[in-house]
Ligand binder design. Sequence first.
Ligand code: ADP
Length: 406
Amino acid sequence: MIVLSVNAGSSSLKFQAYDMPEENVLISGVFERIGMKESFYTIKINGEKIKKEVELKNHESALEILMEELIDNQIVESLDEIKAIGHRIAQGGPYFDKTEEMTEENIKKVRELSALAPLHNPAAIKGIKAAKAVVPNALQAGAFDTAFHQTIEEENYLYPVPYEWCEKYNVRKYGFHGTSHKYVAYRMNEILGRYNTKLITCHIGNGASISAIKEGICINTSMGLTPNSGLMMGSRCGDMDPTVVTYMTKQLECTAEEMDEILNKQSGLLGISGISSDSRDIEDGMKIGNPRCNLAQKMFTNRIIDYIAKYYVELGGCDAIVFTAGIGENSIHTRREVIDGLAALGVKIDEEANECRGVERLITTEDSAIPCYIIPTNEELMIARDTYMLYQEKEKEKELIENEII
Ligand code: ADP
């Protein structure tokens, strides 16, 4: 059966079609510059990548073209073969702790949460509406970046601010990258061959977060109300004294929106190095002795080490540390610095094993107190798995109703 995994942005739409439950990728790609001039899409099929320039008026026209491609490439004979579509949604607030069917009522909740994710939730709704119009018979599911973190206890998700802020305004920690943390934690447990584990998962990309996971359940995570908290990131500041915000808003005589833009887009590695938000550029800068790149990298890794140490204590030990996402999977240098910084916990790097990019691998020595692994993340597959499971549940429900058991 075919399941589509969709990640809609305001002007883009990424997709991946899976044959489930075998999990074979049939086709993948991305539509870009939707609703703009010079729009185009790229698709990857049988290892071949094709780029086509085409007018994309809106998300619906993108999905219509995708359906034509599925038929032309003989992936499906009829659209009825697409049984379910899983949509990535950034903010599920307190409402969603798992992948759910996107009924009109649930879409309303997603819309209501747009104030907390103004760039992301409205885009996801566009994707869902377009998919409903183009493939009306498929189950539309929403997979939330926040859902995996809904198991975090109140004492860990509340901020020490007036209690009513949470009740009235939904101000609390939600966490993000949940689909990725869930995927790598599941895979880590598979590798360890047991599920009663204590894991620290480090999703270190342009956006970065760390989670503490006990027996498959998330007990804490570094991102918060928005994806700009916890670690220092490519261009986001992460944790700092909140008074910096009020003080600098006055000094710069800027608006709250302008300050938000600075803290999200001009801070982090970019803000400190002054050259780039991309860790490859920072590493290049370090090679030629740029002191601001050295400083940015040191601050970046120090914060990762801080969170790992904190979660080690919170979990009461740790069975494995996982590195994933762009930097976690690819930056030999960052992994080495982080692992060296954990020497007090008895963690020891295997230098030779660490010389790799984008592969699943153990990168610590046999006598390391905690093993560290690289596990490439696969959020699209996790969304497809959850969507497939939801589809099966719904089919079972239908069967029971038909047989008048319910
Ligand atoms: P996001 O999904 O948050 O945009 P990614 O997970 O794709 O981010 O990670 C992007 C980051 O990965 C880039 O900013 C880059 O710094 C880093 N990266 C990718 N390849 C390498 C590499 N070979 N060495 C170091 N860093 C890399």
